[in-house]
Design a protein around this ligand. Structure first.
Ligand code: ADP
Ligand code: MG
Ligand code: ZN
Length: 485
């Protein structure tokens, strides 16, 4: 029997607001702050405190909802989701439930099999919990609670079960992260837990429209882990059905080290959250004019930008994807093009995704930091030097390194270090003649039929010219002089 995987994703995105969801505490990076320093009676949930909704969080949630083509509810409601856990001192989480802020949207993704539409069921606001650190000391085990994270606004984005392969899950996850970053509402940092994915996975016979029993997989801390977990879960379910076993509806954790899932909780242990409307908060009302304002303020989204890059700048899919994914990279690229419209846009794309990205990888800098030393205008200057033949490709790479170190323009460096390409026929003819005269033995081998000698001689000549000779002129001249021998 042939099976089809069916996957739906639940995503929790911390919203990059200044303050928390229901109080004035600052939102701090949990890895950079002392525990329990961004906490007040509201987010520590002392008796008698009252929550107040953060307007910026609502606006960010609306930005995401609108970018995902959702309908924004004029009135939505907060509810209490009751459960006990030490990272949640008040015994319940405030979350939208029956009446979410945003519903019925879609995200279009690109896969190797073409375009796919993933329907968005809902996007709702809630608050994050605190963070537990489990300790082992002197034979004792205990847990430490940090409430800096408690009350940070979270947006939960839930899809319909519309994905049917690990590849589609990957495409959806990366597209969604790019979208959130472009909207400026989330860092996309999965390792720090600012963006968290949970996958619901089932399989069914190909052609069937019914949904099979699903498992829910948590702790997917990277795109790679997510892909591996999907393949693992799909294979396991196929094996179970083929062996005549029943699939249990359960919550699983992903153990990335060992490449396996482990059971966290079975259906029988599922919580009854006893949701009820939050009595301390009025319904969340967003006026139509506010929604319209937010809609009008949306930036160009990554996929639209990618398609524009392909069309306007003749880039291929991968080049455009790499440059359009985030606003900083896209901005840098377009500034480089604008700085000298005579340079081919494709040349700028190749240098940026090639040499410049490699430099970023090596140095661990981001593009904003790099741009302080290498401005788009300076990069454009280097590209004109390469394009016009003032320096060859290889020298261009050396110049780029030098530009980054010194912050100087390409022309200054080329001039100061005398790197200008030699294309002069007479000068090159002399270099070639000298090389042939110095290596009579090799020339004999060439005449005896050893063709590789030509490449070797080419290398000698380029070295003698300090890499500055025009390689094409050298090649032609070398061929000509060898032919005369
Ligand atoms: P819960 O609230 O218990 O997590 P939901 O019914 O709201 O469950 O679904 C959560 C996610 O699971 C959604 O993304 C949905 O598309 C997906 N999902 C639901 N049923 C299945 C199934 N049988 N197979 C795969 N995914 C599913
Ligand atoms: Mg769930
Ligand atoms: Zn607080």
């Amino acid at each position: 029997m042939q099976y089809e995987p069916v996957i739906g994703l639940e995503v929790h995105a911390e919203l990059a607001t200044c303050s928390k969801m229901f109080c004035a505490c600052p939102v701090v990076d949990p890895t950079q702050s002392e525990p329990n320093t961004a906490v007040c009676p509201v987010c520590a949930w002392m008796p008698g405190v009252l929550p107040v909704v953060n307007r910026q969080a609502v606006e960010m949630a609306m930005r995401v909802g609108l970018a995902l083509e959702c309908k924004i509810a004029p009135t939505s409601l907060f509810a209490r989701k009751n459960y006990f856990y030490p990272d949640l001192p008040k015994g319940y989480q405030i979350s939208q439930y029956e009446y979410p802020l945003a519903e019925n949207g879609r995200l279009v993704i690109d896969t190797s099999k073409g375009e796919r539409v993933i329907r968005i069921r809902r996007a709702h606001l809630e608050e994050d919990t605190g963070k537990l650190t489990h300790m082992q000391k002197n034979g004792e085990s205990y847990s430490l609670v940090d409430l800096n994270r408690a009350g940070i606004p979270l947006l939960e984005i839930v899809t319909e079960p519309d994905m049917h392969s690990a590849e589609e899950v990957h495409a959806y996850a990366t597209s969604l992260r790019a979208l959130l970053r472009t909207l400026g509402v989330n860092s996309g940092d999965m390792e720090k837990g600012a963006l968290r994915f949970e996958a619901n996975v089932s399989i069914r016979p190909v052609g069937s429209q019914e949904l099979g029993t699903r498992v829910e997989i948590k702790n997917l801390n990277s795109f790679k882990a997510m892909e591996r977990a999907m393949l693992y879960a799909i294979e396991k379910q196929i094996r179970q059905l083929e062996n005549g076993e029943k699939i249990d509806q359960e919550t699983l954790g992903w153990d990335d080290l060992n490449g396996v899932t482990f059971s966290q909780r079975s259906k029988e242990e599922a919580h009854d959250y006893r949701y009820f409307p939050e009595p301390d908060l009025p319904p969340l009302v967003v006026e139509e004019t506010w929604v319209e304002q937010v809609a009008a303020s949306l930036p160009e989204l990554p996929r639209a930008r990618q398609q524009r890059f392909m069309k306007d700048y003749s880039l291929n899919f991968d080049e455009a994807a790499a440059l359009a994914e985030d606003a900083v990279t896209a901005g840098y690229y377009e500034q480089t093009i604008k700085a000298n419209p005579a340079n081919p846009p494709r040349l700028a794309a190749i240098w940026l995704t090639g040499e410049v990205f490699a430099m970023l990888n090596q140095s661990g800098q981001n593009l904003t930091e790099l741009a302080l030393h290498l401005t788009p205008e300076h990069l454009a200057g280097l590209l004109s030097a390469v394009q016009s033949g003032k320096v060859n490709q290889n020298t261009g790479k050396t110049v780029l390194q030098e530009m980054l170190k010194s912050g100087k323009s390409a022309d200054e460096i080329i001039q100061m270090q005398g790197l200008e390409q030699v294309s002069d026929g007479g000068q090159i003819a002399a270099l070639v003649a000298k090389a042939l005269a110095e290596n009579p033995g090799e020339v004999e081998k060439f005449k005896a039929g050893k063709a590789t000698v030509e490449n070797w001689l080419f290398g000698q000549i380029m070295r003698a010219a300090g890499g500055k000779a025009n390689p094409q002129v050298v090649k032609d001249e070398l061929k000509r002089q060898l032919g005369e021998r």
